[in-house]
Ligand binder design. Structure first.
Ligand code: ADP
Length: 588
């Protein structure tokens, strides 16, 4: 909560205005019982003396007029303060929500990739959406409820005790009952609501999963099977809701009985005292008591709910701030070394790596690439080739050893310099919702159109784009046109051309394209690699034939190294991989 207060700090004036309006509104809201009491006593000839002083006479009618005028004023200010607290709490909630969301997003997008691989997408989105919204909801209404309940309690008990402490004790007798009842209810309903939330969570992730996997469902004809699973999840949700509703429906009637006890007690004992003409109670005071008791006790019923909202907001705050306070595992050095433009020398020195859960993927791997050289990395599926790319981009840090660029350990470089120095070309390119032009020039928003076209031409993408009716303004990504594997790879080549980084990492295509396309892509890549250091991760071997050096990894170790012809002559793992690929290529 202290952290949430820190977010309120820039808006201190609004906090004061909101809280002040809320308190004053509640105080004025409690005036009508007092007014009614005063009117009755004035009419019956026993007015509070300040009213007579205000009216300048003890004439009953004049005093009634003064009180009527007073109530108009009270209602006016009450409405004014109601506007005040609603307005200020709502604007506060919106501002804090906005600040918090941006902070959370900024933190999340800097988190290490492992974070995203370990958390489900829905979970991360829930943090950005639900938790932040929960805090907004609390500021919107919960904070005000809490303030007003406290004011109500303090102010009305002050008035009641001031008017007649004897009757006040009776009026307040049910409070312990109401409070303990509410708290007990809260304790018992909380797990049921939790169950409801869990049930709705699994229902919606089931629905989401099924819609996303509709292709599989339809192609397997699994509609009935899936309907059954959805039916089951939905039924669990329904049952969980029933259990919560059954309990919550009893609560209000039961508490009502406790309130009635206080109310009836005040009427009964008060009437008795009035009839006996006891000096400590007038009729007006009795009416005041009856009305005030009713006003005091009802909101206490809601106290449980208000506390519940408060608890929820606290849990959300804890999660959000937990996220905000966890630094990324991939962190820049305190004083990072700056690189203007890297020469492009890459070195792996005794690199060892294992994912958080799992075996060693890379084991004491070392090699060095001189600026401008092209190196090919080959090896069977699962050997750790893609993992190597993640280490080069510093999406992960090695468990042992070091990866170096121009002799600097990647951990000592600024992340910006590092990632500016390396362009990744892969078929696995993510297209953001937007036009082809925006996607090619990604991040370089101001890139002149001619340069975008030029890059597309280099990447052999231009001719395809020219056939589209909307050309470079065609939408891609979500709800846009879909690109084939080959086209995606060319998109990423075009992006890399514009990025103009000294080091290229080519994650060579995993899904096959026809031979002609492959040849064209090879040409573009060769053009792109000219004058740059290139690391080619070859899932197929044809791409790295011309590499200056080929490293073959297996079980995370470099088992062979040499040029294509040297390795073939060696007749080892590489030659074997080559043979199998050649053989499968022959099989139709
Ligand atoms: P390659 O690219 O050579 O096919 P990868 O580098 O993708 O191999 O994978 C190497 C090994 O690491 C595989 O056994 C794979 O299951 C494992 N692996 C890949 N990514 C992760 C991850 N995020 N967490 C845990 N294990 C992973």
């Amino acid at each position: 909560m202290a952290r949430l207060l820190a977010y309120l700090k820039p808006y201190r004036d609004q906090v004061v205005l909101a809280t002040g309006s809320s308190v004053l509104n509640k105080v004025l809201d409690l005036m009508p019982p007092l007014l009614v009491g005063w009117v009755i006593d004035s009419l019956r000839g026993s007015p509070p003396h300040w009213i007579a002083a205000l009216a300048g006479t003890s004439d009953a009618w004049s005093m009634a007029v003064v009180l009527a005028a007073l109530s108009v004023a009270i209602f006016f200010f009450e409405s004014l303060f109601q506007w005040g607290y609603q307005h200020y709490f709502m604007t506060l909630a919106q501002r804090v929500q906005h600040d918090l969301r941006l902070d959370a997003y900024e933190k999340i997008q800097r988190r290490e990739i492992a974070f995203f691989e370990e958390h489900r997408l829905g979970e991360t989105l829930a943090m950005l959406n639900d938790d932040v919204n929960q805090l907004e909801r609390f500021l919107n209404s919960g904070a005000n409820d809490l303030i007003q309940t406290v004011v109500l309690f303090v102010f009305s008990s002050f008035i009641l005790f001031d008017t007649s402490w004897r009757l006040a004790l009776i009026a307040m007798a049910p409070i312990p009952l109401i409070l303990s009842g509410s708290l007990a209810y809260q304790r018992r309903i909380a797990p049921r609501y939790k169950r409801v939330r869990e049930a709705v969570g699994s229902l919606s992730s089931r629905l989401e999963n099924n819609i996303a996997g509709i292709l599989v469902i339809q192609s397997f004809g699994a509609e009935a099977f899936e309907l059954d699973r959805v039916r089951q999840a939905s039924a669990e949700y329904r049952e969980a809701n029933f259990r919560a509703i059954r309990l919550s429906a009893i609560f209000v009637p039961v508490i009502r009985m406790a309130i009635v006890l206080g109310f009836a007690g005040v009427l009964l004992v008060g009437s008795h005292w009035v009839l006996e003409k006891q000096p400590w109670l007038t009729v007006g005071q009795l009416v005041l008591f009856a009305m005030m008791t009713e006003r005091l006790l009802w909101p206490l019923v809601r106290l449980g709910q208000v506390l519940d909202e408060f608890e929820r907001a606290r849990a959300s705050a804890r999660r959000t701030f937990g996220l905000l306070d966890t630094p990324s595992a991939i962190r820049e050095a305190a004083r990072p070394e700056r690189l203007e433009r890297a020469k492009g020398e890459i070195a792996l020195e005794h690199v060892t790596f294992a994912y958080a859960r799992g075996d060693r993927i890379l084991d004491d791997l070392s090699f060095r690439i001189a600026p401008g050289e092209t190196i090919g990395v080959a090896g069977p599926t699962g050997a750790g080739k893609s993992t190597l790319i993640k280490l080069l981009l510093r999406l992960y840090d090695p468990t042992g050893g070091a990866v170096k660029l121009d002799g600097h350990d990647l951990r000592d470089l600024s992340l910006e310099d590092l990632r500016r120095s390396i362009a990744l070309v892969s078929q696995d390119v993510y297209l953001f919702h937007g036009t082809l032009r925006e996607n090619i020039a990604y991040r370089e928003v101001g890139t002149p159109f001619e340069r975008v076209v030029q890059a597309a031409k280099y990447a052999e993408l231009h001719d395809f784009i020219a056939t589209l009716p909307e050309g470079y303004d065609t939408l891609v990504g979500e709800r846009g046109i879909k690109l084939s594997g080959g086209q995606r790879q060319r998109m990423s080549i075009a992006r890399a051309i514009l990025k103009d980084a000294p080091v290229l990492v080519l994650d060579e295509a995993t899904s096959s394209v026809d031979t002609e396309t492959e040849r064209q892509i090879q040409q573009s890549l060769a053009l792109l690699a000219k004058g740059r250091t290139a690391i080619v991760i070859a899932h197929r071997l044809s791409t790295i034939r011309a590499a200056d050096l080929i490293v073959v990894i297996e079980d995370g170790r470099a088992v062979e190294r040499g040029t294509h012809s040297q390795l073939l002559a060696l007749g080892g793992r590489y030659a074997e991989l080559h043979r199998t690929q050649f053989a499968t290529a022959e099989v139709p």
